[in-house]
Design a protein around this ligand. Structure first.
Ligand SMILES: *Cc1c(COP(=O)(O)O)cnc(C)c1O
Length: 406
């Protein structure tokens, strides 16, 4: 793990966990990412123990090698990769991991390198063209697991994945049939959209799977329910994950698949959202707007562009006694779009010079940072306190408020 205590002016030894307030007292000029390996490990163990099938990590949610090693050490052996760079990264970081290339539209060269050099045998596809591409690139390999991606509704999810990929109902019969001929093992996969707020999303998608299997009359060896498992954010507190697992298990058990068929999932967000938070400094206050030193081109892309809300807290000792009020944020670049509407609830006396922790940025936050306009920092520190919210912390051990528990 990267530790930059000296850069933060901290006297602590490199392995000593520090709290957000300690970091605020050390007055970092750049944003600092707090890493919580224990939280990612806990999420991984939860999926490994409780999901009624195999959980593979969707690397795009956060490709940090440190995180990949935490997940591996916690029992995650399979990794959903979507680009040749992700294939190389995971193969380099975790040489014994099993890689599944689950992007339905791939470069032929990427397929070939993945198959020839990195042992990849699982590929997804949603068209006959992609099937032909995979067979060309692997020279008609006889050891492939081919997963046909179905288009399913994203109506229960906060982020749609319904329009870009997936075979439509009229296309699946021919595609499943052709993939069955070419594959050693045939899979069906889908993605209900990210942050699915109800297990019903999976129940409905599994009905699409049933219809597709019945119509094509093929033997299916793998059913992959994709990602979409939620985390907890302000205004988006989902039901317990166990309910998702029960719904999926029930639906899977009733599908017309062989007794030896396997159930897979591809959680991204749910495994890493609690892994990171960010400490930012307020550089200016203008009414209810706070100008902070990270933003839309940093770890807050989702906050800016799709109005995602993240938990926030003021890091001040002693605590502010002012009542909370709603703020919006401006990021550091010279771009009007670098604006996060929130609302973010913080004490009304929050002012320039204050430090704020923004939570739950482990998924699709830190992974999307750019260096646009000269901003963007790679400072990171490992801490061992609890994330600001958690789907995995038992009630009695949780100190923070505003917590959703199982
Ligand atoms: C993005 C993605 C995932 C992970 O989705 P989450 O909502 O983060 O769980 C899984 N599978 C595929 C194919 C994806 O594109």
């Amino acid at each position: 793990m990267h530790k930059h205590h000296s850069a933060l002016g901290l006297a602590a030894a490199p392995s000593t966990p520090v709290s957000g307030v300690e970091i605020a007292q050390s007055a970092p000029v750049e944003p600092v990412t707090l890493l919580r390996p224990h939280a990612a490990s806990r999420a991984a163990r939860f999926f490994v123990e409780k999901f009624p099938g195999r959980s593979m990590y969707a690397v795009k949610a956060n490709p940090s090698p440190d995180l990949l090693r935490v997940l591996w050490d916690s029992g995650i052996t399979h990794y959903d990769v979507a680009s040749i760079a992700e294939v190389r990264l995971v193969a380099r970081t975790l040489p014994d991991a099993t890689l599944c290339f689950m992007h339905p539209v791939k470069a032929e060269e990427a397929i070939r390198e993945a198959y020839d050099n990195h042992g990849v045998r699982v590929f997804s596809l949603d068209s006959l063209e992609e099937l032909a591409k995979i067979m060309r690139a692997t020279r008609d390999a006889a050891d492939l697991t081919l997963c046909v991606r179905l288009r399913v509704s994203s109506e229960h999810s906060k982020l749609s994945l319904a329009s870009k990929f997936g075979a439509a109902p009229g296309e699946t019969k021919e595609l499943l049939f052709a993939a069955r001929q070419a594959a050693d093992a045939l899979g069906i996969c889908f993605h209900v959209g990210s942050q699915a707020m109800t297990p019903e999303a999976y129940a409905q998608a599994m009905e699409r799977v049933r219809a597709a299997i019945v119509e094509a009359a093929v033997t299916v060896d793998v059913v992959d329910v994709g990602g979409g498992f939620p985390s907890s954010y302000p205004g988006m507190e989902p039901p317990p994950l166990e309910r998702y697992f029960e719904t999926i298990h029930r639906a899977f058990e009733s599908l017309p698949v062989s007794y030896s068929a396997e159930l897979w999932a591809e959680p991204g967000r749910a495994l890493c959202a609690e892994y990171s938070s960010l400490i930012v400094r307020v550089e200016k206050r203008r009414g209810d707007e706070l100008f902070i030193n990270d933003g839309a081109y940093g770890a807050l892309f989702d906050a800016a562009h799709i109005g995602w809300r993240f938990p926030v807290r003021l890091l001040r000792e002693p605590d502010s006694r002012a009542r909370d009020m709603a703020f919006s944020f401006y990021g550091p670049t010279c771009d009007d779009m670098d604006h996060m509407a929130g609302p973010f609830l913080l004490p009304a006396d929050t002012q320039a010079g204050d430090y704020i922790e923004i939570g739950m940025l482990g998924a699709y936050g830190c992974a999307m940072r750019t260096a646009f306009n000269g901003f963007g920092s790679n400072e990171a520190v490992v801490v061992d306190d609890e994330p600001m919210t958690s789907l995995y912390v038992p009630v009695e051990r949780e100190a923070a408020t505003n917590v959703v528990t199982l």
